[in-house]
Design a protein around this ligand. Structure first.
Ligand SMILES: Nc1ncnc2c1ncn2[C@@H]1O[C@H](/C=C/CNC(=O)c2cc([N+](=O)[O-])cc(O)c2O)[C@@H](O)[C@H]1O
Ligand SMILES: [Mg+2]
Length: 214
């Protein structure tokens, strides 16, 4: 049977990137998406904004919703201080399998805990399964209609503290209007929009950074 796009992306990484070199893995995926097949990675332009926010926050506890092929997982994990791990949630086993291999190719497997399952089920388990009290940094990049229910779940589960940073991809395209309205209107968040473009295109998109005020 024909291969899948994530499988072809993995092949491109294995062919064009250098094992153990996260930067080369990121470049190989961006090249694949620009010259072979578009894929829904956060991409290089928004990825640079992601990098700057992760560097600024320098988080000790990190969660990513929607691993997909692991592109943003690699971007984030390569910037974490020694001993810090990021938890990433992915409910599609085929995508998780590809992401696992891409993360390992980058040499970042010791900095990543990839959990198969849905955010709705797993978020309430974070404390007991991973000994998390609160998250310093959360990257939302999963199904867009899950952003709002999941941020409310974070509040209900007491997983946010004063200063927790949530960074959401695609708030313009495909768009997350209900989430955007919530974080911009709620007195419990200080929100800021970072304009950019939909990965590998000229279509407007951007990231919304929301700081929990406690
Ligand atoms: N609740 C959940 N728990 C765990 N994993 C979950 C999940 N919901 C989705 N996922 C996984 O996250 C990925 C989906 C991302 C949706 N992004 C998108 O739909 C998307 C679309 C465009 N686009 O159409 O231009 C551009 C983008 O940057 C995008 O992120 C898939 O791998 C899916 O299996
Ligand atoms: Mg996205």
């Amino acid at each position: 049977t024909r291969s899948t796009r994530p499988q072809r992306m993995l092949k491109a990484v294995q062919k064009n990137a250098t094992k153990g070199n996260p930067k080369s893995v990121i470049s190989a995926i961006d090249y694949f998406c620009k010259h072979s097949e578009w894929a829904m990675n956060v991409g290089d332009e928004k990825g640079s904004i992601l990098d700057s926010v992760v560097t600024e926050v320098n988080p000790s506890t990190v969660l990513e919703l929607g691993t997909y092929c692991g592109y943003s997982t690699v971007r984030i994990a390569r910037l974490l201080s020694p001993g810090t791990k990021l938890i990433t949630l992915e409910f599609n086993p085929a995508n998780a399998a590809v992401a696992k291999q891409i993360i390992a190719y980058a040499g970042l497997q010791d900095k990543v805990i990839l959990v198969e399952g849905s955010s709705g089920d797993l978020i309430p388990q974070m404390k007991e399964r991973f000994g998390i009290t609160t998250f310093d940094f959360i990257f939302l990049d999963h199904w867009k209609d899950r952003y709002l229910p999941d941020i409310k779940l974070f509040e209900e589960c007491g997983l946010l503290r004063k200063g927790s940073v949530l960074l959401a991809d695609n708030v313009i395209c495909p768009g997350t209007p209900e989430y955007l309205e919530y974080v911009r209107k709620s007195p419990r968040y200080e929100s800021k929009y970072f304009p950019a473009h939909l990965e590998y295109t000229k279509v407007e998109d951007g990231l919304e950074k929301s700081v929990f005020l406690g």
